[in-house]
Design a protein around this ligand. Sequence first.
Ligand code: SF4
Length: 119
Amino acid sequence: MTDNHANPFSRRRFLKLSALGVAAVPLGNLLLHSSARAEAPKVDEKDPMAQQLGYVPDATKADTQKFPKRAGADGAKQFCKNCQLYTGAADAEWGPCAIFPGKVVSANGWCNSWVPKAG
Ligand code: SF4
């Protein structure tokens, strides 16, 4: 007796939950695609523009003969993370740079376009 009354409720509830589940799938896909978009490709140091600017993901490997700007004690303080053109989060290992749109550079990288971060 109680089963007959409980079943329509359960069925209705099941259908509601199913509808929510169906709605959740596209939302999940959207979130997945959003996070995939956030993972921009890393700048390849062999990229012609990167080579021209002497970009290296490890600033300590910068060619100071070719790019004397990073030579000496002051030069050794230059990193993408303290460059004005870098917009990565303070604790991120990689972040966007205005010179390389759609890609990310290493926070510990460097290139000859380095400019000190303002204030
Ligand atoms: Fe790094 Fe700045 Fe050069 Fe961009 S412009 S690659 S942030 S040093």
